[in-house]
Ligand binder design. Structure first.
Ligand SMILES: *Cc1c(COP(=O)(O)O)cnc(C)c1O
Length: 492
């Protein structure tokens, strides 16, 4: 298995090289040169760890099986509150695939609990001696999950930039209370796209990188632009399909729909990869919030970001530039020059157009704030089931899809976060008065009303010391990185 770049097909690298680099030198993203084919009937009896071992082994054959096994066992262990790592609940005929039982209560833990291991193993394989600096832009959940995953890894530093105004209270608290002197967390005066663009810019700044290299540091990424983030996300789609077969919810081979609340297009792309590997999927349903660039694109072929980014109650989807879409376009067209042109247009003209975009495997729509509140309320009142706002976006869009298509294939909704991470929206939607209450008072009432305990990792945030108070202009990202790396003379 080798990987190429979406912007230069002459590139051919091992997965371990791609994991270390994060992004290709031409600005493109790494993609597998082919999709390994699976036989579901052979996989349905595997537990989560064994399935992860199998799938990762297909994509990273350069890693020895025993080493990989140690990684999957340590990544998917008791830091997940569910023995099965994920949970599935059938509510109103839909399968809610709960991907948020990891340490930071969002689906990002599914990949970010294993990425640090993949990175260290890759370092070994490629004989890299420098200290790795993980550089990450976050819309809230990646930062948190990456800090959790990397903070305890030796010889690695982790730097997280988040939009100061664009994350929930709990998300912010989780990040700024992070311990470990190998961590730097900074809020930026801007939105997620500013943070992500800043990070991409630094990745492509050869002068900056060679300066770092002289000080014995190399940069890598924990964002879903890193192929080491994407591949582990394939596992849970295959796993949950197998479970549904075992529970007699579907027949082996029966096609299902997967609905994914989408931001950077990573999670839904993992579903597309699973489909290309042979998982029987009917529609991949791309659900957006009011930042509905993807809805427009998948329906018209026009990608247009000449608009203001809106702050919504599903902040992890407040994104205009969905990086992983570039990978889908490459797989559809297999044309690196076309991708270079379109991505060039996106950065200079803030828009591009794809002719004959053949995306019939996808359905795309969006939900506004009222619809989200309404859905949270309705599902809670009918089923006593709490959805977080991201999951609620997916639920609304699925309702629209059903209405339009009359398709009644069995359907999975990727449930990406715990409702307790987004207390204000969830509580107010089910009729709790939130005015003049602090975050923990709101969560307390939410817990009482729903009969669900506040998750321990949120409880633990109460009164935790704030370790990170930086708020910077978006032009100062490179400076703060340099200062941080110099500060402790970390490599002396
Ligand atoms: C990151 C995130 C998303 C969006 O996932 P992408 O892979 O970026 O499309 C949706 N919901 C939650 C809770 C998230 O943290």
């Amino acid at each position: 298995m080798r990987y190429t770049s979406t912007r230069n097909k002459n590139i051919s690298l091992r997965g371990s090289q791609c994991i270390l680099k994060g992004i290709s030198e031409d600005g493109g993203l790494f993609v597998p040169e082919y999709f390994p084919q699976i036989d579901i009937s052979e996989l349905i009896d595997l537990d989560y760890r064994s399935l992860a071992l199998f799938i990762l082994g297909e994509f990273f054959p350069e890693i020895e099986k025993e080493t990989l096994k140690m990684a999957t066992n340590q990544a998917y262990d008791r830091k997940f509150s569910s023995n099965e790592i994920i949970k599935q609940e059938n509510i109103m005929g839909v399968n809610f695939l709960q991907l948020y039982h990891g340490p930071t209560l969002a689906f990002k833990d599914m990949a970010l609990s294993i990425l640090p291991y993949l990175l260290n193993i890759s370092k070994e394989i490629e004989n890299i001696k420098e200290e790795i600096v993980i550089l990450t832009a976050t819309s809230g959940d990646t930062g948190n999950a990456a800090l959790e995953g990397f903070a305890s890894i030796k010889d690695t530093s982790i730097i997280v930039f988040f939009p100061e105004e664009g994350v929930s209270q709990v998300q912010k608290l989780q990040m700024i209370s992070q311990e470990g002197d190998n961590t730097l967390v900074a809020g930026i005066k801007g939105n997620f796209d500013d943070a992500q663009n800043g990070v991409k810019y630094i990745f492509n700044d050869e002068d900056f990188k060679s300066k770092l290299k002289e000080d014995s540091y190399i940069l890598s990424s924990a964002n879903s632009i890193n192929i080491g983030r994407l591949i582990p996300q394939i596992v849970y789609y295959i796993y949950s399909y197998g479970k549904m077969v075992k529970n007699d919810e579907i027949d082996l081979g029966e096609k299902i729909n997967i609905v994914v609340p989408t931001g950077n297009f990573g999670n839904i792309l993992a579903g597309y990869y699973a489909r290309n590997m042979g998982l029987p999927i009917n529609k991949l349903i791309c659900a957006s919030n009011d930042n509905n660039v993807l809805t427009e694109f998948l329906n018209t072929g026009q990608y247009n970001i000449k608009r203001e980014l809106k702050l919504t109650s599903s902040p992890s989807m407040d994104i205009l530039i969905s990086s992983n879409l570039e990978r889908l376009l490459f797989h559809l067209r297999n044309d690196d020059k076309l991708i270079r042109d379109k991505m060039g247009d996106l950065s200079t003209k803030r828009q591009y157009e794809m002719d004959n975009l053949n995306v019939k495997d996808f359905y795309a729509n969006f939900a506004n704030e009222d619809e989200i509140s309404q859905a949270i309320k309705e599902v809670f009142e009918k089923e006593n089931y709490l959805m977080d706002p991201h999951t609620a976006v997916a639920y609304c869009v699925y309702e629209k899809y059903k209405e339009e298509s009359k398709d009644n294939s069995k359907t999975i909704i990727a449930s990406t976060a715990s409702p307790f991470k987004f207390g204000e929206k969830v509580a107010s939607s089910i009729g709790i008065n939130i005015s003049n209450k602090n975050e923990f008072e709101i969560l307390g009432e939410l817990s009482e009303r729903s009969g669900i305990d506040i998750p321990a990792s949120i409880e633990n945030l109460r009164g935790k010391k704030i370790n990170h108070r930086n708020i910077i202009d978006k032009g100062n990202m490179a400076n703060i990185i340099e200062d941080f790396l110099k500060e402790g003379d970390r490599n002396d």
